[in-house]
Design a protein around this ligand. Structure first.
Ligand code: PEP
Ligand code: MN
Length: 248
């Protein structure tokens, strides 16, 4: 799909074979980038924390065999330089979206190396707080992909993990930001992913980031929200059709 950022892959890298398999599959559907998450920001210390540094050793092979650029989240300012030697795009996740030390370091390294950055919205961020975090990067709007991934509300919900804020997407687009949307963390429910992604297209978004896994219920993290490759393909085909209408 022309001029559309399409990032797909599992919540976390689980093994070399698994990530290459998913990468090849989502590339076949039109993905431009692979979610290559090695360090997971987990709420609980006893949950799977990611494969860690060993994944950096696999990175060249994964890029070569899948043909995709890699998106990797960093959690620790001390890892930024190291990860930038392997990943193509660095992600700052929702839990670190107010971590000025990390954001500054990602901004410095990415500017130096001319890399793109994904800055997710903090789960309680107002729009102006999110823009405030963007400021710590010291980067141009065109080099930062602001990722709307839903916010928590004062009402606890059982139908959706977060509330995806389509109004925020529109306001950021009007202000000239590059905006992508994560309907996977935005909903936490695989059956909602495609429809919420399509709703977000109305805001004129620049891309999507979607969790895809061969066997979601056995995924090491976020088993309720990953879609399978055939569902991802279905989503991409529908996005293509809708974008054609919007862009024509
Ligand atoms: C992720 O994209 O891997 C992630 C942890 O999402 P978020 O930071 O939006 O919770
Ligand atoms: Mn996840």
């Amino acid at each position: 799909m022309r001029d559309f950022i399409l990032i797909a892959g599992p919540c976390a890298v689980e093994s070399l074979d698994e990530i290459v398999g998913i990468g090849k599959s989502v590339r076949g559907s039109g993905a431009t980038h692979l979610r290559y998450m090695l360090y997971k920001p987990r709420t609980r210390s006893d949950a799977f924390q990611g494969v860690g540094d060993v994944g950096l050793e696999w990175a060249e092979e994964v890029k070569e065999r899948t043909g995709l650029a890699l998106v990797t989240e960093v959690l620790d300012p001390r890892d930024v330089e190291k990860v930038s030697n392997y990943a193509d795009v660095i992600q700052i996740g929702s839990r670190n979206a107010s971590n000025a030390a990390l954001i500054r370091e990602v901004g410095n390294v990415s500017s130096e190396k001319n890399m793109k950055v994904i800055l997710k919205r903090g789960m309680y961020h107002t729009l102006s707080e999110w823009e405030g975090s963007f400021g710590y990067l010291g980067m141009e709007k065109s080099n930062v992909w602001m990722c709307e991934r839903g916010i928590r509300t004062s009402t606890s919900l059982d139908h959706s993990r977060n509330v995806l804020d389509i109004g925020a997407i529109c306001v950021l687009k009007d202000k000239g930001y590059t905006v992508i949307v994560d309907p996977s963390h935005g909903t936490g429910k695989r059956e909602l992913v495609e429809r919420v992604a399509i709703a977000a297209l109305s805001g004129g978004i620049d891309g999507l980031e979607v969790e895809v896994h061969f066997d979601p219920i056995h995924a090491f993290s976020d088993p309720d929200q990953a879609i399978i490759p055939s569902e991802f393909d279905h989503l991409v085909r529908n996005i293509e059709k809708i974008r054609e209408i919007y862009l024509s």
